[in-house]
Design a protein. Structure first.
Length: 276
């Protein structure tokens, strides 16, 4: 059995867009992961929802502890984290205007299907897949179509051969307030989005300097980056985390996927260099 909590962030960023993040836990470690998350949150006396946007001088040290616990679980191979983002300078070609407008559900679907390496999961582990999605910002008709596509994963030839099954109640739209894995992921995803879109360089309105909260966020991002580098010493935030072969896409405890459409046109005006 597999459980995946899925979050999303900036749909339209300056350099990178369509950020998605997820935490995968197998049934073997499900209870332990949730208990340890709850324990650290209670020990730190955190009562409100954990969110990247709440990073400030009062939350900083507590959030550092949360990050440390999350990566401790990852290093013990008790959960996996995946991050997806689209590089704006590579504009998709050969798609219709309707498909262009539907980029959110289309890319989210790609993230769910491929980022975790499900076709290469351990034998028998896909007999029950449960997905917890943070509230989906789509109209009802679009939402229903999106969820239908996800359920259609069970008909994919490769995943079907792997025995993938999703119960009738196996795709759940939830409020992140009640799901700690989503809150932990919000911090990681927010930090990656923050750095890739250079929000660390934004200056306080009316002042010619970076604000204190922004500096604290940068400090927390650097802490997260250091934890990632304990797993991948040569980690590069802005590229797809390398693997030697497709079957390795399941094993890593942490990976990034920088999405570049197969058919695309490169727009050099949307690079960081062009903005300088």
């Amino acid at each position: 059995m597999i459980f995946i909590w899925l979050d999303e962030s900036d749909r339209h960023g300056e350099f990178y867009s369509n950020f998605y993040g997820g935490i995968l836990v197998t049934s073997r470690y499900y209870r332990e992961v949730l208990d340890r998350m709850r324990s650290i949150v209670d020990d730190l006396g955190i009562k409100d929802e954990i969110k990247w946007q709440k990073v400030n001088q009062y939350h900083y040290e507590k959030y550092v502890r949360l990050v440390d616990e999350l990566f401790a679980l990852a290093k013990e191979d008790k959960l996996k984290m995946r991050i997806f983002f689209r590089h704006n300078q590579y504009a998709p070609s050969r798609i219709t205007q309707e498909e262009r407008k539907a980029d959110y559900p289309m890319l989210y679907y790609q993230f769910i299907k491929y980022a975790f390496g499900l076709p290469y999961a351990d034998k028998g582990i896909l007999d029950s897949l449960t997905l917890y999605l943070d509230e989906i910002p789509l109209r009802q008709s679009e939402r229903d179509e999106f969820l239908s596509h996800i359920r259609g994963l069970t008909k994919d030839p490769v995943l079907k051969a792997m025995g993938l099954k999703i119960a009738d109640d196996g795709i759940v739209e939830v409020d992140s307030k009640h799901h700690l894995p989503l809150q932990f992921m919000d911090v990681i995803l927010g930090a990656i989005c923050f750095k890739l879109n250079e929000k660390d360089k934004l200056k306080t309105e009316g002042e010619n300097k970076v604000g204190k909260r922004t500096l604290l966020k940068l400090k927390l991002y650097k802490h997260i980056n250091a934890r990632i580098r304990e797993v991948y010493p040569n980690f590069n935030i802005g590229i797809t985390t390398p693997i030697r072969m497709p079957s390795d896409s399941w094993r890593p405890v942490y990976r990034h996927w920088r999405f570049i459409p197969k058919y695309h046109i490169r727009d050099a005006t949307r690079t960081k260099r062009a903005k300088k």
